[in-house]
Ligand binder design. Structure first.
Ligand code: NAD
Ligand code: ZN
Length: 359
């Protein structure tokens, strides 16, 4: 079976594109109870961008601190219940921020129209009705959350996405000026998530001409941003990174991620390490799986004076390492892709534990 996915309905790209958001929303303001909800990364509170939000009377603007915790089912349910009770059913919801805010906007869009707790819908195609109109405005690039069909939520039992066609944004506004203020270390880690998406997408059995075309272009852009002459946080490179993130996301959607993401999920789940940083920690030691990708990654680290901690595993008990390895082992789609359908003959829990011990 070949993958058959819905894409973003509309995309605007270009520096200053954020100024078009007001006109874009006007077309949809007549829907439902005729107001918009803006969920905005707390970072922008009091910054010039906050005063440019095309807010109208009756709209709801919420600034959210994404550093306290990753998006939770409880947070989405409470937000939905509160807005429905006080304001009614929004015409649409706009997320302005990074992967965390993208996921909040996507998840809330679905939960406005699907009854009960979001914990009921964590998984593939469990959502019953389309959500409300939702718009993504990324302000940090790399995770590909702006294009993916999942909204990752942490619940009491599982950390799993609301994954279905309706999760995909109706509209994305890509304004590279918005990522200019990202601190250098996050610019690096988050951008490397894109680079790793491409390396992993390319190296495995699900790679195909369609996913390869996106990965090839995305990697070329990443190399300009992080490796080639002229690399660094410049307006031109911000344009490239924003497009690379989207294309990297498309590449993995039509292929798969691999060993690095499998390990990274273990780190995030057991130790709470953030996705992009966890990927960097793991990828640094995967030279035997991705020789070229890891060699270039090391060059990029050096070029931008990023030092990753070493000897982390020395601090971890065997129990912790085992738990992380179990999380990784239980991602068969990633191992299928990276190693082959007979991966269980080649990869055991102990193999994965040894990989974690490299860290
Ligand atoms: P993030 O949204 O967690 O933000 C990281 C930090 O950058 C925060 O401190 C934020 O305030 C700050 N920030 C954002 N934009 C900024 C700007 N323009 N200037 C200065 N600071 C800025 O970052 P992320 O790495 O994009 O997202 C991580 C989240 O994405 C995780 O919750 C993860 O689960 C999720 N994720 C989702 C998908 C998906 O497909 N849905 C994929 C990967 C990761
Ligand atoms: Zn990733």
């Amino acid at each position: 079976m070949h993958k058959n996915f819905k894409g973003i309905e509309k995309t605007v790209f270009g520096r200053g594109a954020f100024a078009q958001l007001g006109d874009i929303l006007n077309e949809r303001r007549g829907d439902n109870d005729k107001f918009m909800v803006f969920v905005v990364d707390q970072y922008f509170k009091g910054k010039p961008l906050a005063s440019q939000i095309p807010q109208k009377p009756g709209d709801v603007v919420m600034f959210i601190d994404v550093d306290k915790h990753e998006p939770t089912t409880e947070q989405i349910d409470a937000m939905r219940d509160d807005i429905l009770a006080k304001n009614g059913l929004p015409a649409g919801i706009v997320g302005i921020g990074g992967g965390s805010i993208m996921d909040i906007a996507k998840a809330a869009s679905l939960m406005f129209t699907n009854e009960g707790s979001s914990t009921l819908y964590q998984g593939l195609n469990l959502i019953k009705k389309p959500g409300i109109y939702h718009v993504g405005v990324p302000t940090i690039s790399g995770t590909g959350a702006e294009v993916s069909m999942t909204a990752v939520l942490t619940g009491p039992v599982k950390k799993l996405g609301l994954k279905c066609e309706w999760t995909v944004f109706n509209q994305v506004v890509l304004d590279p000026d918005l990522i200019a203020s990202v601190p250098r270390d996050w610019w690096f880690y988050t951008g490397m998530d894109t680079y790793i998406h491409c390396v992993e997408s390319e190296n495995g059995i699900y790679n195909n001409v369609y996913s390869h075309a996106f990965a090839e272009q995305s990697m070329k852009l990443c190399e300009d941003v992080y490796l080639n002459e002229g690399s660094g946080q410049t307006p031109e490179n911000d344009e490239k990174l924003m497009v690379a993130s989207l294309m990297g996301g498309l590449s993995l959607t039509y292929s798969e991620v691999g060993v690095c993401h499998a390990l990274s999920y273990g780190l995030s789940k057991i130790l709470g390490t953030r996705h992009c940083y966890a990927n960097c920690l793991a990828f640094n030691h995967l030279h035997d799986y991705y020789p070229q990708g890891v060699a270039d990654f090391k060059k990029m680290l050096k070029k931008h004076n990023i030092t990753l901690p070493q000897g982390l595993a020395k601090e971890w008990s065997d129990e912790t390492i085992t738990k992380m390895a179990e999380v990784s082992y239980n991602l068969p789609h990633m191992w299928n892709h990276a190693i082959g359908l007979d991966w269980k003959d080649k990869i055991t829990l102990d193999t994965i534990k040894e990989l974690f011990k490299r860290l």
